[in-house]
Design a binder for this molecule. Structure first.
Ligand code: ADP
Ligand code: MG
Length: 677
């Protein structure tokens, strides 16, 4: 009977193994089927031939036709890697990571093995990686260590029509490389816009058109303007859900805050209506800070007897394709980082999106069958208030970051750089002035030692300067913490709960926010998180989002490595050493001075009315953001610097810190000296 048992066990093993093999075969088959069903598949061989023949190829195709996920695989399968890498850039990190996850799955490898991604502060590649997805900003950084891109045999600049600042600079640099390296292949891929322009720029490079399929989409406008598009969007989703046939819904909003608010609204209302709804409503938000497991949900097939509603930003316009969408709800807005060279002010602003965007958004409803698009604006607003296309970022952005990077690549003649659209000379000059004020350039306009260090740090020149001064003032560790926390400052506390508001106040009083503002409150939260051993429970007890703090921890670790490499932490005590109160206070001042050394251009002083502030340089009116520790402080702080400006009903300064005139004189003598003359 012993033998019989053994046999049974063997049978069970065999059965499990066979089941596993069958499962794997089914998976491979279904992936194969999916890949073959994409519009791009029919053109596989023609595409490969075209890449063989032409050093630069423009590829144009409807969103969802398979450009991003398939082209790098085709080239890899056809042997284009030649021991090097095939790269593909994306304007947004969510797109780079989500697509890499998908392609790793299709190729049948672990992420980071043959397929990987690299985005700022998160690198999932190894020596084995052949297909590499990355943000355009990361590739620009790679130029600093490998100016010929000798590690790549093919580069695909994807979503080129988005015309982000980094993509535009890359186009110029890659154009140069494609004339120097005969073995190098460049693909520029874009949704259906702008192909002629790219072709002309690349000396009439051929355009490969992938005919897409797009079903008709009925457009509905509102009769009256909507006062609150978030509210209107929620109502519209339920109207669709209760009155329309099957098919998922995609809602376009402008940012994480809105997406989270609307997700909560939808879930609450769905709960109340639970008995009356024919289908269950599954709410799937997507934004950059969402953990990958949750991001994956938007792609999961919708279960029977339910309807998915995806809440997204313009990322879902062309970068990510979600299958099964039959209804689109379009807010008609987009968030842009708008910079005015005249005032030197940069603000995150919600603005009407372009006709091109609105058309792309509507198109998402017509991929698998006829669809409907509900625009939360009037037809009149569409034709009178929305621009035909959006302005390329290079024509409206603050250029100091890319100018610094270009200079560190040895490109000093910026005026004659071969831009697709050249920025205004004033904008370049403004950038040079800012870099000079930050000490990155000397009087002759050459990069200084500080400037070189700044270029090595993967953050905005102003933040980089803070870190370097932190090194000089022996408080680099603390400045790193502030910088890492600033990135997460919008999503630290649970929203809405009264207890969360109390928790904020506790941290503010412990950090003496009256003196140190939001920056030192962030430092306090970080330090207590460290003392609590990075505990999840501690976060819960304090109404803090563990996930945000954990991300800050990751960013902090990476920044610390870089700072150490630049020798910025030399001579600083090991953290954990007990300091007395005086020591601590002195260090606080040094941290604040370090931050002032980078952000002096964002200084504003209290106006005579005592309500608003005026920027020191251009006398623009600005207000302290209600979320700031310094909001409605009595007596109000006289002089502040802010981290960023957010334009909603007013120009709000978010994350503010009190400073003194003396620090400004010490750290920005040129900047404030001249304007007074
Ligand atoms: P294009 O770049 O031409 O817009 P893609 O290559 O992004 O097209 O998309 C091709 C197909 O792959 C689409 O059907 C899309 O839904 C699917 N896809 C893309 N990314 C993912 C993902 N992360 N998970 C599941 N499916 C995905
Ligand atoms: Mg794509």
């Amino acid at each position: 009977s012993m033998d019989g048992d053994d046999e049974e066990i063997e049978d069970a093993e065999k059965f499990r193994l066979e089941a596993k093999i069958a499962q794997e075969e089914a998976r491979v088959k279904s992936i194969e089927q999916t890949r073959k069903s994409l519009p791009v598949y029919k053109y596989r061989n023609q595409l490969i031939d075209a890449v063989k023949k032409y050093p630069v190829l423009i590829v144009v195709g409807e969103t969802g036709s398979g450009k991003t996920t398939q082209l790098p695989q085709y080239l890899y399968e056809a042997g284009f890697a030649k021991g090097l890498r095939i790269g593909c850039t994306q304007p947004r990190r969510v797109a780079a990571t989500a697509v890499a996850v998908r392609v790793a799955d299709e190729v049948g490898t672990k992420l980071g093995d043959r397929v990987g991604y690299s985005v700022r502060f998160d690198d999932k590649t190894t020596d084995k990686t052949v297909i590499k997805y990355m943000t355009d900003g990361m590739l620009l950084r790679e130029f600093m260590s490998d100016p010929d891109l000798s590690g790549y045999s093919v580069m695909m600049v994807d979503e080129a029509h988005e015309r982000t600042l980094h993509t535009d600079i890359l186009l110029g640099l890659l154009k140069e490389i494609s004339t120097q390296r005969a073995d190098f292949r460049l693909l520029i891929s874009s949704a259906t816009m702008d192909a002629e322009k790219f072709s002309a720029y690349f000396n009439d490079a051929p355009i490969f058109n992938i005919p897409g399929r797009r079903f008709p989409v009925a457009i509905h406008y509102t009769m009256q303007p909507e006062a609150n598009y978030l509210h209107a969007a929620t109502t519209t989703v339920f109207q669709i859900h209760l009155s329309q046939g099957p098919g998922d819904i995609l809602v376009f909003l402008t940012g994480q805050d809105e997406i989270e608010t609307m997700a909560t609204n939808l879930r609450n209302t769905a709960e109340k209506l639970a008995g009356q709804m024919p289908l269950e409503l599954i709410v799937c938000p997507i934004y950059a800070n969402l953990p990958p497991e949750k991001q994956k949900l938007i792609f999961a097939p919708t279960p029977k007897k339910s309807r998915k509603v995806v809440l997204a930003t313009n990322i879902a316009e062309t970068s990510l394709t979600i299958n099964g969408i039959a209804y689109v709800v379009d807010s008609g807005f987009v968030k842009e980082d708008i910079y005015s060279p005249a005032t030197g002010m940069q603000a995150l602003t919600v603005v009407p999106c372009s006709h091109a965007s609105a058309d792309q958004r509507a198109g998402r409803a017509g991929r698998t069958g006829p669809g409907k698009c509900f625009r939360l604006y009037t037809k009149w607003a569409f034709s009178h208030e929305m621009p035909a296309s959006s302005t390329p970022e290079i024509l409206r952005a603050n250029l100091s970051g890319v100018v610094l990077q270009m200079m560190s690549l040895g490109i000093s003649d910026l005026i004659h750089f071969d831009f697709l659209d050249a920025p205004a000379p004033e904008a370049l000059i403004k950038a040079l002035e800012q870099l000079y004020a930050l000490g990155a350039l000397n009087e002759k306009g050459e990069l200084t030692r500080v400037g070189r260090m700044m270029a090595d740090l993967p953050c905005d020149p102003m933040l980089a300067k803070c870190l370097i001064t932190g090194g000089d003032l022996k408080c680099c560790k603390e400045v790193i913490s502030v910088v890492a926390m600033l990135e997460e400052s919008g999503a630290l506390f649970y929203k809405g709960a009264e207890e969360a508001a109390n928790s904020v106040e506790k941290f503010r009083s412990r950090s003496k926010a009256k003196l140190g503002g939001d920056h030192l409150t962030l430092l306090e939260i970080w330090q207590e998180f460290v003392e609590a051993g990075f505990s999840v429970q501690w976060c819960r007890d304090n109404y803090l989002q563990y996930r945000s703090l954990n991300r800050a921890r990751n960013v902090r670790n990476q920044l610390e490595k870089l700072c150490r490499r630049l020798g910025l932490e030399e001579g600083e005590e090991e953290s954990g050493k007990i300091e007395d109160e005086d020591d601590k206070d002195r260090k606080r001042i040094r941290v604040m001075k370090s931050i002032t050394s980078g952000f002096f251009s964002n200084a504003a002083k209290l106006s005579r009315s005592g309500e608003s502030y005026q920027t020191l340089k251009k006398h623009q009116s600005v207000w302290i953001h209600p979320s700031s520790a310094l909001f409605k402080m009595k007596p109000p702080v006289r002089l502040v610097i802010y981290n960023e400006l957010v334009l909603t009903s007013k120009e709000f300064m978010r994350n503010c810190m009190p400073i003194t005139e003396k620090w400004l004189k010490e750290y920005a003598p040129h900047y404030y000296g001249r304007s007074r003359e």
